[in-house]
Ligand binder design. Structure first.
Ligand SMILES: *Cc1c(COP(=O)(O)O)cnc(C)c1O
Length: 349
């Protein structure tokens, strides 16, 4: 018995259909960076098979992905040195150009390449300025080996629907790219909230994995990753007894507690507060005391449970990862990508 993550194939398929329904006229670039947001690239076949492109952050990820699919891969980091360009070409990647230092390397290619040009419209992280962008297209237009597949940009505040940056970035993007044939701007939040930003390619990430990009949980999306662990011990403690490191939680009355075989060493957040829910036999039970490396304790005074029972930490309609993120002062993205290597992954229907 151990901590297990199951990856639901039907939920992946369902969430991809939600993308298609929301953006019926756009091609889909599925974000599978960070090992598919922690879901493991070898366990997300519905996404790999039914997307138009797959995007990764770096060459090492493209290498692993290329071993399992022939689908087009978009390399978000792009390349700086010629040696990286050679690797990217060998892996048949489409290459993002986001910084002016990359342009010379790209322009010196000896083989045909497909590139995506990323422009900055207000996030100020990656992306060419408008001025650099126009210089870049002028320069590369003369190179018959380079095909500019698409021009892209990224929203800074798409998860806040009414944030003024969304309109200003979209305006900036349209202004700079009015002459371009293919464009891409929308992440999950924009796919769900802003059809004007869909253009030719949408770039879903978090929604594919069944997580709402907004504050509010989205019941149209199905959770993909389910994290579970067994109850290892049950005991009843008395008024005044403390639980866990630092003795931060003290029983106000006689309390039955279950100790569960999961902790921050598995990727359960150490900052989960007292009261964070876990699901035992379909009942929500509150976390008590500090999260340890291998163990947590919960109050099961009102619930029937036995040693060996399976506990769900997140990933059902009743207990979403968004809720755990909120109780831990973080975001679901961080929890998903923080699962440690000792946790076993299985694929489920
Ligand atoms: C990760 C990423 C996305 C996806 O964002 P979500 O919020 O997970 O949908 C889209 N575009 C770029 C450039 C990204 O890096």
């Amino acid at each position: 018995m151990c901590t297990i993550i199951s990856i639901s194939q039907s939920a992946l398929k369902h969430n991809l259909l939600v993308v298609k329904k929301n953006a019926p006229n756009s091609k889909i670039v599925s974000m599978v960076k960070a090992n598919a947001y922690g879901h493991q690239i070898n366990l997300i076949n519905p996404i790999i098979n039914h997307s138009d492109l797959l995007a990764v952050s770096e060459i090492s990820e493209a290498k692993k992905l290329r071993k399992i699919t022939k689908k087009p891969i978009l390399l978000l980091s792009g390349v700086i040195e010629d040696q990286e360009l050679q690797q990217a070409i060998k892996l048949n990647c489409q290459i993002v150009v986001h910084d002016k230092t990359q342009i010379t390397t790209i322009n010196n290619t000896k083989q045909p390449i497909n590139i995506w040009i990323k422009i900055n419209t207000g996030m100020h992280r990656l992306g060419l300025s408008t001025h650099e962008y126009f210089d870049c297209i002028k320069l590369l237009a003369n190179n018959p080996l380079i095909n500019t597949q698409c021009v892209m940009s990224h929203f800074a505040c798409a998860d806040e629907i009414n944030h003024p940056m969304n309109q200003s970035q979209l305006f900036e993007f349209k202004k700079s790219t009015y002459h371009t044939t293919k464009r891409s701007m929308a992440n999950s939040a924009a796919i769900l909230s802003n059809p004007a930003s869909h253009f030719d390619y949408v770039r879903p990430g978090i929604m594919l994995y069944g997580v709402s990009p907004f504050e509010i949980i989205n019941n149209n999306l199905k959770p993909v990753m389910q994290l579970s662990a067994p109850i290892m011990s049950i005991k009843t403690i008395q008024t005044g007894d403390s639980v866990g490191y630092g003795a931060t939680w003290i029983a106000k009355e006689s309390t039955t507690i279950a100790t569960i075989g999961i902790g921050y060493g598995d990727g359960y957040p150490r900052h989960a507060k007292n009261g964070t829910p876990v699901l035992i036999n379909n009942n929500l039970c509150p976390l008590i005391g500090r999260v340890s490396m291998d163990l947590i304790c919960v109050d099961i005074s009102n619930v029937k449970a036995s040693v060996g029972d399976n506990v769900i930490l997140w990933g059902t309609q009743k207990l979403r990862i968004e809720t755990i993120a909120k109780h831990s002062d973080t975001i679901a993205y961080e929890l998903l990508t923080g699962i440690s290597s000792r946790v076993a992954f299985i694929s489920t229907i």
